[in-house]
Write a protein that binds this ligand. Sequence first.
Ligand code: C2E
Ligand code: CA
Ligand code: CA
Length: 539
Amino acid sequence: MSAPISALRQFFYRPWMLATLAALASAAVLLAASIAIALQQMKDSEMAQMNAQGERFLERLEQVFGQLREGVDELQAQPVRGCSPAMVSVLQQVGLGSRFIYEAAYVDANVACSNRGGARAFVPTRAPDIQGPTYSYWLNTTTEPNENLAALMLARGNFLVSTSRGHLTDVVDLPPGGSLLVVLDNGTRAIPVLGPPQAWPPTNGWPPPSQKSLIELQDRLVYRMPTRSPDYQLALIAPRASLPLRMNGMLWLLFPGSLLAACCIGWLVLQLIQQRRSMSSELQNALRRGELQVLYQPIFELDSRRCVGAEALVRWRRPDGSLTSPDLFIPLAENTGQIRQITDFVLQRVLEQLGQLLRSHRNLYISVNLAACDVMVPRIGSVAARLLALHRVAPSQIAFEVTERGLIDVVVARDNLQALRAVGHQVLIDDFGTGYCSLAYLQTLPVDCLKIDKAFIDALGHDAASSGVAPHIIRMAHDLHLRVIAEGIESEEQAVLLNSEGVNYGQGWLFAHPLNARQFAELVTRGRQPRRARINDEP
Ligand code: C2E
Ligand code: CA
Ligand code: CA
């Protein structure tokens, strides 16, 4: 690693630095999430406000139109026609009888009269905005800001009734600069009913293809509100930020809450790093004080039930007698790089403890687990060569197990594994099936044997989806002329089934637990199993 990179690594790999970075990163994420939630809530509240206004207006519109219809129906039903004083009195009666009718008028080709001005009546100058079979509707008959001028008008026969702008505005509290429009003719035309006139359509390509009711434009918000009538829709257009936006009280808590959570995360990271640091320094002491031990789990030929070798498994026995599982400290050692020391220690211990046994049983082998970093450099080959020469043991008696996860850089791994095989070591793929090794991938790797993971052996004979994995791996291995070892065999049925599927070798509690060196040597030389072999046996 180049000097600047390693300096950078050292700078960042400080507990306080990592904890601060974790706190800052989580604060950024949490604050961003809080802001996103806050904005969404504001948008929701904006929409709710617009919705409420639209609904109030719609309700009022229904009420107003209802009364206008009743009034014009009443006029149409009575017999008086023309502009006589009797008509003016009829018009005045209808006007007085209804809260929303501001003006009631009679108009024919010759005369016009109204309840308000006798012979003067307000007559629309344009065609109706909505033409129904019985009634004609005008939605905004004046643009003057006169509260008394007609805002809605309805006609039947010769009669016209209208309501004033004031009757509508008293229920709708439009935002400043906002307008309420009635949209007609499939969105092509809009008539402003309240508020200043607005350009229509509000954007190019109106109506937008999405069904969203709130459309955000650069400077305006357009809220479309469907009505019960297919003929018209309501649209509320308001300049952006004209609505009073209020943040939900809970949201204010999100910000300090996020900062607090970020501090907690930073603190947890700090604790975790310090714990890991202390565990890694404990492991260092353990290596120095000889607290690590190696056990051997025998591997059997399934046909003859003869022991052909063993897998070396490391154990950490603390001074208080408790055992720490390799599943806990091996991943940590892989991260800190201490795994190299452990691998060397296991190799050395294997040869020290079993050198003689291996020399007298030339077909016996011990397999040693390698971590990813052991596979990435050629170092382990030279360590093994030195120890094998010292103990006069053949390289073929030491096998190396690598997991699929350990093959991070396949090209580099392939060269190193090939070098190990070239001097006579066997190479095994451990936990096969749990990683992403495919058949094509496997073909390119220099390996002798596959170890099928215990999970697939457990599934054998069950209906589980994975029960077919082991037979598939076995067929695949045979096609590639690879040997197969089944791991974690716990029952006779599994052993028989695997043997019938063509698996030659197996290890598991059915045959033996991991044994200490003495027990393993006894098993090999006398073919005798210890009475009660447990994983935590004393060496
Ligand atoms: P692994 O290499 O897959 O080892 C097999 C594990 O399955 C061992 O657990 C073994 O004790 C356990 N086992 C064997 N037969 C049975 C069985 O019939 N039933 C059950 N339930 N379990 C069985 P162990 O010794 O706790 O090792 C756990 C893992 O730690 C190993 O998995 C290996 O990945 C790692 N490990 C152990 N020793 C070393 C080592 O020296 N170096 C490295 N790099 N990793 C090691
Ligand atoms: Ca293994
Ligand atoms: Ca395994």
